[in-house]
Design a protein around this ligand. Structure first.
Ligand SMILES: [Zn+2]
Length: 196
């Protein structure tokens, strides 16, 4: 028997960093990342149908961000604010009411979490959100850190297992990240578990 999940008025959806640079062919393209887009769009439409809030985070760096290899950081340049790589693909059609959360805009500071130096927590509190459904990219960095902050801030979290992909610089880093999030009380969910 599949455990079912009923959406409630205190639920919200957070989709992390669906941006061209993290997709196939992008500056930091994550293997298999394009496959999760149709599933994420299913979640978007379901939350929209229920009139529930939808948040989309975007990595949004200055051209000399400290995380770039040119500045001594670990990553190739990616998601430079406003560049084609920083935008979502045209297939990722989201409602105009979705709130975009820009992060990691300070050149001197890395910010993997969608909560770090953003207004996300304030938005959620104003809307009386208690439970966050989180998916997107990448499982082992921005999703992991967003989930950790959400749990620290007291939100219940459902992790969209069919809507995440990992960078996996080290083998099994996605499994480790998933295990860590579940250890923190995150509930793993699949699309089929959502009641209509
Ligand atoms: Zn980044």
């Amino acid at each position: 028997m599949i455990h079912k999940i009923t959406l409630m008025p205190s639920d919200a959806l957070l989709i992390v960093d669906i941006q061209n640079d993290f997709l196939t062919g992008g500056a930091l393209g994550i293997s298999g990342s394009n496959e999760i887009i149709p599933t994420l769009l299913n979640y978007v439409r379901r939350f929209q149908t229920h009139g529930l809030p939808i948040f989309l985070s975007r990595d949004w760096h200055p051209p000399d961000h400290c995380s770039f290899q040119s500045q001594g950081g670990p990553w190739p340049a990616h998601c430079v604010a406003g560049s084609p790589g920083s935008l979502p693909p045209s297939s990722f059609t989201t409602p105009p009411s979705a709130v975009i959360i820009y992060k990691a805009m300070d050149r001197n500071q890395e910010a993997y979490s969608a909560f770090q130096h953003t207004a996300l927590d304030r938005h959620l509190r104003i809307l009386n959100v208690r439970r966050l459904f989180i998916g997107g990219l990448a499982t082992d960095y921005c999703v992991l850190n967003s989930v950790k902050d959400a749990r620290t801030l007291g939100y219940d979290v459902c992790l969209l297992m069919d809507g995440i992909k990992a960078v996996n610089l080290q083998a099994e880093s996605s499994l480790r990240a998933e295990a860590e999030m579940i250890h923190l009380g995150t509930v793993p969910v699949q699309w089929e578990m959502l009641e209509t």
